[in-house]
Every structure is written in C-alpha cells, then in structure tokens.
Design a protein around this ligand. Structure first.
Ligand SMILES: *Cc1c(COP(=O)(O)O)cnc(C)c1O
Length: 400
C-alpha cells in the first residue's frame, strides 16, 4: 500500500485541497477514488508477525474495532481539516460525545456544561454521569459569570455547543476556554452546528472537538458517524484504550461515505449558508413571526461575537418563533410543499423541526424555555435547493 501522504508533515495544503486529497492511501491497484476496505480482520504472514502486532513492535491493522484503512483515510482527512493532532472516528455523534467525556472522568470528578445542548448530550450530563458518581452542573452558556461561578468549584471537563442547538446561542469560546483552563478543566466543543468550515474551536483554546458526521459531513442523509479531534496526549492517556475496548467504531462503509462527503463539504456548507442568509433575510418581518434567529443577521443578539469567532455567514441553520405557539408552528410545518419535516440536519434537503415536541420533548417546559425553545419555535436546516423555491415555500406556509 502506498501512502500518498507520506510527505504530509513537509507540505501544507489549503483546506479545499485536503478535503479532496488528505489522507488518501492508494492500494497496489492504483485506484483513483478511496478504496472501501469492507473487512473486520487481517491476516499475518507468520506467527511472529501476529505476536509483534499485538505486543506493539509492529504498527499494522489487526482488527477493525481498532482501526481500518478506509476509516484511517477519513480520520486523516478530518485531522488535517481541523488542524488537530489526532482524529478518531466513531459510530455516531453521540458515541463521540460519550467517549470524549466517559474516557476521562471517574467518580468524584465534576463536569460543567452549557444548558443549551443537543438533547442526548443533556441526558449524559444530567442523568448518566451522576449515576456513576460524577457531579455535573449546567449553566447558561452565554453568561460568563455563570461559568465563572460553576468553574470556581473546580471541574475536570467542560462541554459546550456553539452555535447551540436549536436556538443558535453563541458562546464566547476564548473566554470560556480561558476560565476552564484556569480551573484545570479540558474543554470539549460540540462543533456540529458550525461545521469545520465555519469555526475552528482549537484556535480559541478548545482541547477536544466532537462532531456528528451524520450531519453536514455526510450531508446527504445516508450514514451515521462521529469524530473526536484531540491531542496525542489525550488520545494516549484516555481515548485510544476507551474506544478499543468499548467498541463504538465507525463501520468501513460509513467511513467511506464520510470521506467522499468531505470532498464536497466546503461547497455544500457555503451554498447552504448563502441559502440560509437569503431565507432568513426574506422571512424576517413577515406577519405572524415573532423573530428570526440567524447568527449572520444583525438582529442576532450576539451578531458581533458570531462574526468574530466564526467565518462565512455563521450558520446553515435558522431558528424562528411564531406568534401563535404550537398550533401556528404545526400549521407552518404541515403547509410546506418543498421542505421536509425532519429532526435531522445538515442535509442537502431543507429540513424543519419543532424541537419542543420532538428533539427536546424529554425536557420540562421550564427547561425548554430556559434555552429559548418555546411552543412556537421551529428550527430550519437549510439545504441546497434553489433559494427562491425555499423562500416561496416558507413564505406561503407562514402566510397561510
Ligand atoms: C446530531 C447531533 C449530535 C448527535 O449525533 P448522532 O450522529 O445523531 O449521534 C450531537 N450534537 C449535535 C449538536 C447534533 O446535532
């Protein structure tokens, strides 16, 4: 097998080039596209070689729960894109979040999180970790004094998401990372909403970045996947053994889909963000709409912070709040002719969801209101359709 990346440390290519070529390992058949190694095990030419593979004297593939060549190509491409020392692929975004947290904490530790998180991340913080003796606290992520108070009690790890799901709050990455480091905590940023194209948390001091690659990285509604990006030290001390022995590995087929998804990621995120800004600007001010939340609109309460720590238009997602509560929200959903009702996001198709009755149904009404999820709130994941069709579709559904 030839590694076309053998000069990787010497050369520095631009992101779009790495998205297409980074991590490519061609086999002896000289295929153009990345090969799909759909296999679980590997063979050894001798008993001695097998022994060396297991005692660490020889670096090679031994079992696809540990590593697989197609997965290695995906991980290397992601690693180059993010500018991290290590990338580990996982079976889903939640497997990535879970491993980033569980691999490093033990009973007696404390974890502080932002309260505006993806629903399952809140389950891990509020319900799962406390069962194992890990104390957790969630704070309003936009309130720096709340972080300061929570971190004053010490913490092992911090988990946050910016822009947050679903209300698109922006958290000051540099300020929270500085405070967390002063308290001795590692910061995990769930960067799904921003994508690697619009925000680079490591540049603001984050220690670990996690993705659901199910979202924009596949971006075409096909496969589940996740990724953890971190330092060699974190990988060696915590992550590597945790993943090997608990087994949330990404399947080779999904890794192949993801590596091909990365080739068009920049193009897609760019077009989706253009569409999102066009759609958000078009509907802002329509009758029946209380507000439109989009980080790239001046009306967003943290517009300046969004523009300072993100690039591009700031998001492929839009939040909107209707005056008529749940009834009005359901009417809009049911009146759409182009966009689909779906809780997924980052897809080439525009998808709309009503978080309070779906993704955030587990929370109490009070918890939902604390993170801006009212009964009239809808989240739109803007796709790759013609922006004019999306504008007409949403406008007719809102006016009706
Ligand atoms: C979807 C999502 C996850 C979970 O990822 P899965 O691939 O569905 O497991 C975590 N965080 C955010 C922000 C997400 O949107």
């Amino acid at each position: 097998m030839t590694d076309s990346n053998s000069n990787a440390s010497a050369r520095k290519l631009r992101p779009q080039t790495e998205l297409v070529r980074g991590g490519l390992m061609r086999s002896g058949f000289d295929e153009t596209s990345e090969a799909l190694y759909l296999n679980s095990g590997y063979v050894y030419s001798s008993a001695e070689e097998a022994e060396e593979a297991f005692n660490g004297d020889r670096e090679r593939y031994v079992y696809s729960r540990y590593a697989n060549p197609t997965l290695s190509m995906f991980e290397e491409r992601m690693r180059l894109l993010e500018g991290a020392e290590v990338c580990r692929g996982t079976a889903s975004g939640m497997a990535a979040v879970n491993a980033a947290l569980l691999s490093q904490v033990k009973a007696g530790d404390r974890v502080v999180g932002a309260k505006a998180l993806f629903g399952s991340c809140l389950f891990i913080l509020n319900e799962l970790l406390p069962r194992y003796g890990v104390e957790t606290e969630v704070v309003d992520g936009t309130d720096l004094s709340a972080w300061e108070a929570a971190l004053a009690k010490g913490a092992k790890a911090v988990l946050l998401e910016t822009p947050s799901n679903p209300a698109l709050d922006i958290i000051d990455l540099k300020a929270v990372c500085d405070m967390a480091h002063a308290a001795g905590a590692l910061v995990i940023v769930d960067n799904v909403f921003a994508t690697p194209m619009l925000q680079k948390p490591l540049e603001f001091g984050a220690d670990i970045v996690v993705y659901s690659t199910t979202k924009h990285i596949d971006g075409q509604g096909r496969c589940m996947g996740g990724a953890i990006l971190c330092s060699q030290e974190f990988d060696a001390d915590h992550l590597k053994d945790f993943l090997r022995h608990t087994g949330p590995s990404m399947s080779p087929f999904n890794a192949w889909t993801m590596v091909k998804g990365l080739e068009t990621l920049a193009l897609r995120v760019d077009r989706m963000s253009d569409n999102a800004l066009a759609l958000a600007s078009h509907i802002e001010g329509l009758p029946g709409l209380k507000k439109v939340i989009y980080p790239g609109l001046k009306s967003h309460p943290q517009y300046d912070l969004a523009m300072a720590q993100m690039s591009g238009k700031g998001s492929t997602l839009i939040g909107l709040e209707l005056e008529g509560g749940k009834e009005a929200a359901f009417k809009v959903l049911n009146g759409l002719r182009v966009a689909d009702i779906s809780n997924n996001l980052g897809d080439s198709k525009t998808l709309i969801t009503h978080p309070s009755s779906t993704t955030h149904q587990r929370l109490s009404e009070e918890e939902r209101l604390a993170v801006g999820i009212t009964q009239g709130f809808l989240r739109i994941s803007v796709g790759l359709e013609d922006a004019d069709d999306l504008k007409e579709d949403l406008e007719q559904a809102i006016r009706a």
